[in-house]
Ligand binder design. Structure first.
Ligand code: FAD
Length: 402
């Protein structure tokens, strides 16, 4: 009977604990987290919670009663060291937890903006409930909002701010929005969408300094221009929380390196969720994903292994983002695609982009076309793909998959 200690009480850590109990794990399950309260979901922080549409109590993944009922011990504390020989995790307050198996589900933290003024009052990030509460407090009194980073979180925040009638500028360092994750067609569509709502979008924009005394007053760009700002939201990506693993001598390379069973090089330590780099069948390369799907499916796969039903991790990556009335859903991984075909009507706000790599379908990005998204997930889950030649005008993707 193995006692499992899970470090990181976010989406993945919670799911490992819940799935272990679902699978009948008889040993202790200890979930260690350094944020206050019960584990909660992050996606609403930049959507319904930010806008006030979702009350705080609905953020929790489960109420305290769930943990009590299932014998999941919630420990509030920060893990600061792993003693692999003695199989113990040290917490910052000097407590020690002994493990039979250790799960690292430490997630990521926001990348810091490396320019002068980045610590001024009114410059905020968005990762935790605490961040979202600080933003909610500020947003009411703000007039000029500058969002640094045109990725999912920055854009979801920008949409929420624009809906409140604020003047919003989005600064993106690269040539297009959400560059890391979507095709050019989707980037272009979202740029138009934000601009139609009155948001100014500047691409190839390099921030060199933030101005202000105590509070931020402006954002200076490389061309010398200064944008007025009384609220700056920084969303320039994340850094995996991998120091604990690195200090314990485990392999780290843009995240905690695991094998197809999500095990580190120490068979008694696994890593899951945003912090883990795993060999992806879908990308054909090591991959670290930041998504709820990845966190949940990693966790389920690991819990199955720890309860005797080991299978290599093979889930299809999928993701969603809500901005204004556009629901973007992505199935597969578009990185490295060499051809994209648009089906549907972007001008009507409903279309899908079929992305191909070496002639095979690797990703479907759908905007307000959930049936395409679901069909793509079904196709990829069954191990199928689709040749470029099948996507002739009139080809019915959903029918083909059904
Ligand atoms: P996390 O949820 O980050 O949890 C890790 C936890 O570990 C944190 O609580 C951290 O404080 C804790 N921790 C770290 N180190 C230690 C330590 N040493 N000791 C103790 N505790 C520690 N994904 C989607 O698929 N769709 C979306 O629409 C979407 N929207 C998002 C919106 C926002 C604002 C954010 C921030 C994320 C969003 N995501 C979305 C991403 C998704 O929330 C993450 O992929 C998911 O939370 C990852 O789960 P995780 O458990 O790996 O990491």
């Amino acid at each position: 009977m193995t006692d499992v200690v899970i470090v990181g009480a976010g989406q993945a850590g919670f799911q490992v604990a819940a799935s272990l109990r679902e699978q009948g794990h008889p040993g202790r399950v200890v979930l260690v987290g350094d944020e206050p309260g019960v584990p909660y979901q992050r996606p609403p922080l930049s959507k319904a919670y930010l806008s006030g549409a979702l009350p705080g109590e609905r953020l929790a993944l489960r109420p305290q009663a769930f943990y009590d009922k299932h014998g999941i011990e919630l420990v509030c504390g920060r893990a600061v060291g792993i003693d692999r020989d003695r199989r113990r995790v040290a917490l910052a307050d000097e407590r020690e937890l002994e493990y039979g198996h250790l799960v690292l589900a430490t997630g990521t933290r926001n990348r810091e903006l490396p320019v002068p003024g980045a610590k001024l009052d009114g410059v905020l990030g968005l990762r935790t409930r605490e961040d979202a509460d600080a933003l909610r407090e500020r947003i009411g009194g703000a007039r000029n909002v500058v969002v640094i980073g045109g990725g999912f979180i920055g854009l979801e925040f920008a949409a929420a701010a624009a809906k409140l009638g604020l003047s919003v500028t989005v600064l993106e360092a690269s040539d297009r929005l959400m560059r890391r994750a979507v095709s050019p067609a989707v980037s272009a569509h979202y740029r138009e969408l934000h601009e139609r709502q009155g948001t100014r979008v500047l691409s190839d924009a390099s921030v060199v300094a933030l101005h202000g005394g105590h509070e931020v007053t402006g954002v200076e760009l490389a061309d010398g221009s200064v944008l007025p700002a009384d609220l700056v939201v920084v969303g320039i990506g994340v850094v995996p929380n991998a120091e604990l693993a690195a200090d314990a001598g485990l392999a780290v390379d843009n995240g905690i390196v695991v094998d197809e069973h999500l095990s580190t090089s120490d068979p008694r330590i696994s890593a899951v969720g945003d912090c883990a780099v795993y060999p992806s069948r879908h990308a054909g390369a090591p991959l670290r994903l930041e998504s709820v799907q990845n966190a949940v499916d990693h966790a389920r796969c690991l819990a199955a292994r720890l309860t005797g039903a080991a299978e290599p991790y093979a889930s299809v990556p999928w993701f969603w983002s809500n901005q204004f009335d556009a629901r973007l859903q992505i199935a597969g991984i578009s990185a490295g695609h060499d051809e994209a075909v648009v089906h549907g009507d972007p001008s009507a706000g409903s279309f899908s982009v079929f992305c191909f790599r070496a002639g095979q379908l690797v990703c479907v990005e759908s905007v307000n076309r959930t049936p395409d998204h679901m069909a793509a997930r079904k196709l990829f889950t069954a191990g199928g793909s689709l040749g470029r030649e099948l996507l002739t005008p009139g080809f019915d993707f959903r029918q083909h998959v059904a």
